[in-house]
Design a protein around this ligand. Structure first.
Ligand SMILES: [Zn+2]
Length: 442
């Protein structure tokens, strides 16, 4: 790696001439000349299946969630670093969707739809060289996460959803206590703690210090006392997106369950919560199975826009996948062909995913990598999901073609709209946030 620029001297440039030496090497030349194209069978040896018969009509009501985050560092001492996170939930019905011109959507039409049906949430975390109410970064972030889920602009609904999932309040026998989790004050002895009786916060019975319900997610496991990594912001964004989507699910579950049969819930990214944050995965799986067994299959889809699965689907299309076909990769396929690792150990997604991967080809111009929850027995993990196990698969495949964007490749209009509200990364907002980070140094 070259040396970066300092304040007084410029950066070191990577040597361009160095490439010539590599290409001159006889060993390199011999290796590269012997590279071969992948065999045709490798590209087409995939069990593409035709779409199931379509459902009678598309799902009427669509909810889409997206988020963005940005870390900014002040330009003056003490170079304070703050991460801003924004998430948005969009509601759109088929009538509104049909009015949008997919090639040239009218800005005023979009504005009218969004004015009535968009909710957003924003928060900020001090990552470095910043104090909040006299607390260390470690305790400040824990408190901000707790307060942010209670965001009054969303009337505290996201916290209610979190509790509804983790205490399993939807069940006829809700949990009396949370599963044990590592106390945020237990770094030295690793002591476990819990909360009970639907509590949002309480006192750890081991150390007597105050703990929050949000501590069960384990954000503190990737923070130091005075600094936190950017991954705290991305993890929070992903969890908040998930909870926003389930807030809409909970709303209908509690008020009018029949409506759930007509809803599609769309999430940007896979249906996945990584590492310690996967504590939310089991409660979600349990609820989806319960709803399914009660006759209310919930149609949830995650769409991946980038990453190894998207790259792999593009590779497969070199073999010209047929239109209106899909392929569900199993554990072995994912390990060997997509992730390039041995298939030993726990099955792919065992603890972290609440949806199975599905490659879907609508036509030459639209192919999507989706995650769709599966119905299986409680506590059973399915390594090789089948199409019949994907919840509402026929309804989802009937609904998605009506919302394919003509503006971006492999894009869905509701997710584009949610992204346009949630997006933080566009100029000038990044510059504004930077000024904000400096202006509030005290
Ligand atoms: Zn404790």
């Amino acid at each position: 790696m070259p040396y970066p620029a300092g304040k007084n001297l410029p950066s070191e440039l990577a040597s361009k001439l160095g490439h010539l030496e590599v290409l001159k090497s006889p060993l390199v030349r011999e290796i590269v000349q012997n590279f071969e194209q992948p065999a045709a069978e490798e590209v087409i040896d995939v069990k593409w299946e035709p779409f199931p018969p379509p459902s009678s009509k598309p799902l009427d009501l669509v909810f889409a969630v997206d988020g963005s985050w940005q870390a900014v560092t002040g330009e003056r001492f003490p170079y304070r670093k703050i991460a801003f996170v924004k998430t948005a939930l969009m509601k759109i019905d088929q009538i509104a969707l049909s009015k949008i011109d997919s090639e040239q959507p009218h800005p005023l039409a979009l504005r009218d739809i969004m004015a009535d049906a968009a909710f957003y949430h924003a928060t900020a975390f001090p990552l470095r060289h910043a104090y909040f109410k006299g607390l260390s970064v470690y305790d400040a972030i824990r408190q901000i996460i707790f307060e942010s889920l209670k965001d009054a602009s969303l009337e505290g609904e996201v916290m209610k959803t979190f509790k509804w999932l983790v205490y399993e309040s939807w069940s006829s026998s809700p949990r009396s206590a949370l599963p044990d989790f590592q106390c945020p004050y237990g770094e030295k002895d690793g002591h476990l703690t819990t909360l009970s009786s639907d509590a949002e916060k309480g006192i750890c019975t081991s150390c007597g210090k105050e703990i929050f319900i949000t501590d069960m997610l384990g954000f503190h496991l990737e923070m130091a006392e005075s600094a936190a990594s950017e991954s705290v912001a991305t993890a929070y964004m992903n969890i908040h997106e998930t909870l926003l989507l389930f807030t809409a699910v909970r709303h209908f579950w509690e008020t009018n369950r029949e409506i759930l049969k007509h809803c599609l819930f769309l999430k940007d990214g896979p249906l996945q919560l990584r590492a310690q944050y996967s504590k939310l995965v089991n409660p979600i799986r349990k609820f989806l199975l319960h709803a399914y067994s009660q006759g209310y299959p919930i149609s949830i889809v995650g769409q991946e826009k980038t990453g190894v699965f998207v790259d792999h689907l593009n590779f497969l299309l070199g073999g010209n996948a047929p239109a209106k076909h899909f392929f569900i990769p199993d554990h072995e396929y994912i390990c060997h062909k997509v992730l390039c690792r041995p298939s030993t150990g726990l099955p792919y997604g065992h603890d972290t995913n609440y949806g199975a991967k599905v490659f879907v080809v609508f036509d030459k111009c639209c192919r999507l990598v989706l995650s769709i929850p599966i119905c299986a027995k409680m506590d059973e993990f399915v390594c090789a999901p089948r199409a019949l196990q994907l919840i509402s698969f026929d309804k989802i495949l009937t609904t998605l073609p009506g919302m394919i964007s003509a503006r971006h490749e492999n894009a869905l209009v509701p997710l584009e709209m949610a992204n346009s509200i949630a997006s933080l990364s566009t100029y000038p907002s990044a510059q504004v946030l930077k000024l904000f980070a400096d202006a509030h140094v005290r």
